[in-house]
Ligand binder design. Structure first.
Ligand SMILES: C[S@@+](CC[C@H](N)C(=O)[O-])C[C@H]1O[C@@H](n2cnc3c(N)ncnc32)[C@H](O)[C@@H]1O
Length: 443
């Protein structure tokens, strides 16, 4: 019979003196409530080591989920540790930030990208990527973790405005549509999933063509490390191995075309300045080879890699270098009495990226009307925005649009018709000579 282990106290002691399962797993009982059960006998070897594959098989998806929830429920004050990530301790911060700087270049993130933070936990990375102006969906198996993440976002002065949403991961897969996101990131989360092949398939499904999923995960032998054994023994957390050869062949079978590794050291090599200068200036071959093998050894300690879905990533107005436009005035009339200017513009997308529909999002394309005095002093702090189109405008397409602009009273004025990709660039900064109309002074 499995040991009855219905509270958070250790219920069994191993031969090495460590408690077996102090936070047991749940099962749905007669009352409909989850009751806690312990299946550690199914995955604990006679010598006390935990076999991670057997641990995975011992519990259902919902049991693993509830275990994760139970863990996050023990957090009394999330700001005491979890919400301070990555700035928890000096050592943890250095490791986390090094891993992030190894990962970010692989992801090739751009402003406005829709990225999934898979296994987001309490959401520090979701928040960081939203601050980097990405649209983030944080996904986790634990609803409790997501509740904490959301509460922190709602307290944030700018993030509460909605650049992040959180969704719970259910058994049927990632709760997102096929080909709907540009990037996925797994930061210390993929080694917790029960079925790596299934999630690689899911990542492939939800990524758009040309999309990238990046991982920062533990290095080889993770499941056998003392820390992992402790976690699995006490909390039944899945601490699986990330075997690069296996991931590479599963990823290929699923359809990914390329797997790139990030080769970096999580701590820098520190040396006296004299040694640094002599290495830098003298270029001794042996010294460089030593540095190379040192770097390689360090790099093997953590698995930071990316998988690429085949296909061309289509550019759009979130990317400044894809912007190009031609604007001409094809009709105009000015009512002197009401000081209302009616203008018809013909706007041509000469760039390489599609223009996103008008609005306030990153890359939304709007018309900006700038009014200034004859000698160039602007009137009003910001150009007046008009919608350009409520649908996407592909490269090579033209739009004809009518505007009614209220002109303030004053001397001779100049009205200029510019375009803006919101939060990205004004087209006049890049590729456009905005057409102008000069208007007479009011009487
Ligand atoms: C070590 S935490 C990392 C969280 C976050 N990425 C961070 O850096 O703080 C691992 C996360 O994976 C989630 N997780 C655990 N088991 C999972 C599973 N079977 N499937 C998906 N996510 C899981 C946990 O709820 C937890 O939030």
């Amino acid at each position: 019979m499995e040991p009855a282990c219905l509270d958070d106290k250790p219920c069994t002691i191993n031969s090495d003196g460590a408690p077996v399962l102090s936070r047991p797993i749940a099962r749905q009982g007669a009352t409909g409530e989850f009751e806690l059960i312990n299946k550690s006998l199914q995955y604990t070897e006679p010598d006390g080591t935990i076999d991670v594959k057997k641990l995975i098989a011992a519990y259902t998806f919902e049991e693993h989920a509830l275990r994760a929830d139970k863990y996050f429920e023990t957090i009394v004050d999330p700001w005491a540790y979890h919400l301070r990530k990555p700035f928890t301790t000096v050592d943890e911060c250095a490791v986390a930030l090094a891993a992030l700087s190894g990962l970010l270049p692989l992801l090739k993130l751009q402003r406005g990208h829709h990225i999934v933070d898979f296994g987001c936990g309490t959401g520090w990375l979701s928040a960081a990527m939203a601050l980097m102006q990405c649209q983030v969906t944080g996904i986790d198996i634990s609803q409790r973790a997501l509740d904490i993440a959301l509460s922190a976002v709602l307290e944030h002065p700018t993030l509460k405005e909605g650049r992040i949403d959180f969704r719970r991961l259910g058994e049927s897969g990632i709760p997102l549509e096929t080909s709907s996101v540009e990037r996925i990131v797994c930061f210390d989360s993929f080694h917790h999933v029960a079925d790596q092949h299934f999630y690689l398939q899911e990542f492939f499904r939800v990524l758009r063509p040309g999309g990238i999923v990046g991982f920062s995960e533990p290095g080889p032998g993770h499941s056998r490390s003392l820390a992992s054994q402790y976690e699995m023994r006490n909390f039944a957390v899945i601490e699986n191995d990330i075997v690069l050869e296996e991931i590479s062949s599963m990823a290929k079978a699923v359809g990914f075309e390329k797997m790139n590794m990030s080769v970096f050291a999580d701590t820098p090599m520190v040396m006296p300045v004299e040694e640094f200068l002599s290495l830098a200036n003298e270029g001794r071959q042996q010294a460089y080879e030593d540095l190379g093998s040192w770097l390689f050894k360090r790099a093997k300690g953590r698995s930071v890699f990316a998988l690429h879905k085949p296909g061309e990533e289509s550019l759009d107005s979130r990317t400044a270098s894809a912007l190009g436009a031609d604007v001409s005035i094809v009709g105009q009339s000015f009512d002197v009495a009401t000081r209302r200017l009616a203008v018809t513009l013909l706007v041509h997308n000469t760039g390489t990226g599609a223009w996103l529909p008008s609005g306030a999002n990153i890359g939304s394309m709007n018309i900006g009307v700038r009014i200034s005095t004859e000698n160039g002093s602007p009137i009003g702090r910001e150009p007046i925005r008009f919608d350009l189109a409520n649908v996407e405008t592909k490269p090579g397409r033209s739009i004809r649009t009518d505007l009614l602009v209220d002109i303030p009273p004053g001397g001779n004025l100049v009205v200029e018709f510019d375009l803006v990709a919101e939060h990205v660039a004004w087209l006049s900064q890049i590729a456009l000579r905005p057409p102008r109309i000069s208007l007479p002074a009011s009487r």
